[in-house]
Design a protein around this ligand. Structure first.
Ligand SMILES: [Zn+2]
Length: 535
């Protein structure tokens, strides 16, 4: 039997990681992502691995996104010396992503330490440093997709295109148990049908066990053509007012998709004459990696290349890697399109562009990505009239366009379509990588449609996988180390403390709520809602 421990990406969309152990004691990992979104979640990044990283022979990495790769430098720092098996573009993207992530960790720790010292509190250390990130790159061992590789005695694997971002992969894993193989498939993040740039996800038919993501397991995306139309409207709105179009975007994939769409507008003559700035050092580097890796493009992107164009270029596009170039953008008056990070408006150069443009009624702000609760981006789309940036209350006067059709994730329909190929082999399904409501909706759709047995594992849950003919109903789960009631109780204790702190602060300020207080209240409300949903 094989044992799988869900170390992350269970009950949440971040921290993806699964430990696989064979009877013979062989151990491999699938993904090693960073937990993100609030202090409680981020604390998990520091928790004990629950295994000796030095004993892991291989880590399979499905793709470069930080929620799948972001704890790799820590794993290496803690003793991992095996191979990180992934596609060549993923290895290249990780080089810039992990260094960027380390840089953020270092800056955060430094900022927190300065703050703590003023209050005579302890120094804070980063989860890992740029040096750790660089060290971890040595263990990357890129392999082309679609070929079976022998990882070690009794374990074989193959990466398949997942169609999510450049280089993203599905993992097929065969583990030999008592002379017979058990096949486990990990979907990684699955791309939507007809995703830009990358090919559609590879169809897989056979599996004994399937781990499938459910980020959008309860949602359908908006129409792509309509979304393009909306983007064009946003550009024309700002242009007619001689103002700027500000687009906060994630550096990998989303930025390149926006450039790709702008390139299409340019080639079909619908793009007005307007300067376009890519104002993010990370996104600039990522775009170069996309340009280099043409062999992974889909037919449409290749057709553009064959016509002699670069899908991510147009005559008005300028890269602005330096701070000086970035600042010059807002010194110039007149219209421009500015793409900058980060995607949720919480850090990076986008904050400067918001400071200069958000209060201008003729400007356009185009939101193209997921905005987590509590972020500036989320406040703007929720209709807040003012948001705080660099300590200043900025009026939201620009026209806000929330465009939902540019996701790199499969929606419920795409996910079900991908699962439908397993209809004959009927694997046992584990629904992972989703918020609880999304995973639950998706799980019941799989049960209804394909009559497969489906389970939604929790964080740290251990699963037992056996040969199919040996499986007997209820003993699928060996144990539930996570005591649900205990977790609820702990969360409630945390929330009580949080409320007490809040009460004390408000009393001190004689009943005045700061923006921070309102954020804490919202957090408490969300946590309570989550408990209610799970309970
Ligand atoms: Zn992803």
């Amino acid at each position: 039997m094989i044992k799988v421990t869900c170390l992350g990406g269970a009950g949440t969309v971040t921290g993806s990681s699964y430990l696989i152990e064979s009877t013979g004691g062989k151990k491999v990992l699938v993904d090693c992502g960073l937990f993100q979104g609030g202090k409680q979640m981020e604390n998990r990044n520091w928790s004990d691995w629950g295994f000796d990283p030095g004993k892991i022979k291989a880590l399979f990495l499905t793709h470069a996104h930080i929620d799948h790769s972001g704890r790799i430098p820590k794993l290496v720092k803690d003793g991992f010396q095996g191979k990180i098996i992934t596609s060549p573009p993923t290895a290249e993207l990780c080089e810039i992503m992990l260094l960027d992530s380390a840089h953020i960790q270092e800056m955060d720790a430094e900022w927190q330490t300065r703050k703590n010292r003023r209050q005579s509190k302890k120094d804070i250390f980063p989860l890992y440093t740029a040096r750790d990130a660089e060290e971890s790159l040595k263990f990357f061992s890129p392999v082309e997709r679609d070929r079976i590789i022998d990882v070690e005695d009794g374990i074989r694997a193959r990466l398949r295109n997942a169609g999510h971002i450049l280089g993203s992969s599905i993992l097929e894993l065969w583990v030999n148990e008592a002379g017979k193989e058990i096949k486990v498939v990990f979907s990684g993040d699955i791309g939507k049908h007809d995703q830009l740039i990358v090919k559609d996800p590879h169809e897989i038919f056979e599996a004994d066990y399937l781990f499938i993501e459910s980020t959008y397991g309860n949602r359908l995306h908006r129409d792509f053509e309509e979304s393009k139309e909306e983007l064009l409207n946003a550009i024309n709105h700002a242009l007619s007012n001689k103002e700027k179009v500000i687009i906060p975007a994630f550096a990998v994939e989303r930025t390149q998709e926006i450039l790709y769409i702008l390139g299409e507008f340019y080639r079909n003559g619908s793009l007005p004459d307007i300067p376009i700035y890519l104002d993010s050092p990370l996104a600039i580097k990522a775009t170069q990696i996309f340009r280099k890796n043409k062999k992974y493009y889909d037919e449409e992107a290749m057709a553009i290349v064959k016509e002699g164009f670069d899908p991510f270029d147009m005559p008005n596009l300028r890269f602005t890697p330096t701070t000086k170039e970035s600042m010059a953008i807002n010194e110039g008056t007149g219209s421009a399109i500015v793409i900058a990070g980060n995607g949720m408006c919480t850090a990076g150069r986008i904050k400067h562009h918001l400071k200069h443009n958000l209060w201008r009624p003729g400007a356009s702000l185009v939101i193209v990505g997921f905005q987590a609760i509590g972020t500036t981006g989320r406040k703007i789309i929720d209709g807040d009239k003012f948001v705080k940036i660099f300590g200043e209350n900025l009026a939201v006067k620009a026209k806000v366009y929330t465009i939902g059709g540019f996701s790199a994730h499969a929606d419920q329909r795409d996910l079900l379509e991908w699962v439908s190929h397993f209809a004959e082999s009927r694997p046992r399904v584990f629904v992972v990588h989703g918020e609880p409501t999304s995973s639950e909706t998706f799980a019941s759709r799989i049960r209804e449609k394909f009559h497969m047995e489906v389970h939604i594992p929790q964080w740290k849950e251990k699963l037992i996988l056996k040969h199919k003919e040996m499986i007997t109903g209820p003993e699928l789960r060996e144990e539930r180390p996570l005591d649900v009631d205990g977790v609820f109780q702990n969360t409630i204790i945390d929330l009580e403390k949080e409320l007490d702190r809040l009460k004390r602060r408000i009393k001190k300020s004689q009943g005045r709520f700061t923006e921070d207080d309102i954020d804490r209240l919202k957090y408490i409300r969300e946590e309570l809602k989550a408990i209610q949903e799970v309970a």
